[in-house]
Design a protein around this ligand. Structure first.
Ligand SMILES: *Cc1c(COP(=O)(O)O)cnc(C)c1O
Length: 385
């Protein structure tokens, strides 16, 4: 039987909440959106969450709020999902990549400082990403931002509920964004949420997501260029139940991660990700192992696939994506740490409802595949030697 890569955790409560919306006439901009926003605000501890149609939409609006526009530069990491750099391009600005820390895989604050110094005054903002649910090293990042007068937008799309030195990610910079695509820790189908501590940004986000209408505008008075980035009531109703269950959802994922850790920690040929010293709570997004340098990851993926086990390279760095190569001329060698991580990281099936026997199956198959490949390599070496 095939094991899925990921699977949302949906119960009767979610089904009833969504069905309930269909018994009302209000399918957009209604009470469920307000309820969902209030619950996320309470969970994270922020006054102004703004529901939007996706994490990407939320990041785009944060760039606008930060005043990022034509010709500006935004410092960010190449080791992320492509959306965290695309949101910069949407504004006419350009993402400037900064390499990562080899252990935590998050943006390297010292390299960040060097880039900010070299490129001022064209740099407007920093966009750190809490990769795989692990917070970036925010204190030194905030320090760099303060010194150079940069806005800080946290891409917390993979990290809802994670804490950095006991502080919730998303609340550390000027704004933070969570995402609720079905592979994330909690889902609304499509959807996202911006959190900010700035009342002015809050009003701006509410206007921008709704075609530029000011919050107090009558119908059809559009004060600025806006978008349709609204979150509908069905998605919001689903999200309101999911965030109510978020502690449960996160602990189930934590438990699955601990099953993986127990089985894989001494496995030859792989390294597990480390928890950073500043991470006081990890929010498990994916379960990623690192293969030894020089291993044939694609072959590992193919052989696992043959056993009915999906696995994915995670992440192919953004600067090596075809669009970025063509548009900006990036090449292999530009960000060696991110590239090494991109070559070695392998995401295994991972979701909160995963059974311990399924983890057993994945780990058994992975060990067997690694063993087979390493003995094949040894034989080939002997033959050559
Ligand atoms: C998922 C994700 C996003 C975007 O989320 P969508 O809701 O799919 O638009 C942005 N950044 C990172 C790092 C993500 O993992």
């Amino acid at each position: 039987m095939r094991i899925p890569m990921c699977e949302p955790d949906i119960t009767t409560a979610e089904r009833e909440a969504v069905l309930g919306v269909l018994h009302t006439p209000t399918l957009a901009l209604g009470p469920r959106l307000e309820l969902f926003e209030r619950r996320v605000g309470e969970y994270i501890g922020v006054p102004y969450p703004v529901g939007v149609s996706s994490g990407t939409a939320g990041l785009h609006l944060c760039m606008i709020a930060a005043g990022v526009g034509d010709g500006d530069l935004v410092l960010t990491t190449p080791f992320s999902f492509v959306a965290s750099a695309n949101c910069v391009l949407y504004t006419g600005a350009r993402p400037v990549f900064v390499d990562i820390d080899p252990d935590t895989l998050t943006i390297d604050p010292e390299a960040l400082e060097r880039a900010a110094l070299a490129l001022r005054p064209r740099v407007k903002a920093v966009l750190p990403v809490h990769v795989f649910g692990q917070p970036a090293d925010m204190d030194p990042i905030l320090e760099v931002a303060r010194r150079h007068n940069l806005a800080v937008v946290e891409d917390a799309c993979e990290a809802i509920g994670a804490t950095y030195e006991h502080r919730a990610v998303g609340t550390l910079g000027d704004a933070g964004v969570f995402a609720f695509y079905p592979n994330k820790q909690m889902t609304t189908g499509e959807g996202g949420m911006i959190v900010t501590s700035k009342p002015k940004w809050d009003a701006l986000f509410r206007s921008l997501r709704n075609q530029g209408r000011d919050v107090f505008d009558g119908w059809l008075a559009h004060s600025r260029l806006g978008y349709n980035y609204r979150l509908d009531e069905l998605s919001a109703a689903l999200g309101a139940v999911q965030v109510d269950r978020l502690d449960e959802l996160l602990s189930k994922r934590e438990r699955v991660a601990s099953w993986y850790r127990a089985r894989l920690k001494d496995t030859e040929g792989i390294r597990l990700l480390v928890q950073a010293p500043w991470t006081t709570r990890m929010s498990w997004f994916v379960y990623v192992v690192r293969l030894q340098p020089g291993s044939d990851r694609d072959q590992v993926i193919r052989e696992l696939e043959r056993c009915g086990i999906p696995a994915r390279p995670y992440f192919p760095p953004i600067h090596l994506q075809p669009f970025y190569r063509e548009k900006f001329g990036f090449r292999r060698g530009d960000f060696p740490v991110a590239e090494a991580a991109g070559d070695a990281c392998l995401a295994l099936p991972f979701f909160g409802t995963m059974h311990e026997e399924q983890v057993d199956t994945v780990c058994g198959a992975l060990r067997e595949v690694l063993h087979r490949l390493s003995s094949r390599t040894a034989v080939r070496r002997q033959a050559v030697g």
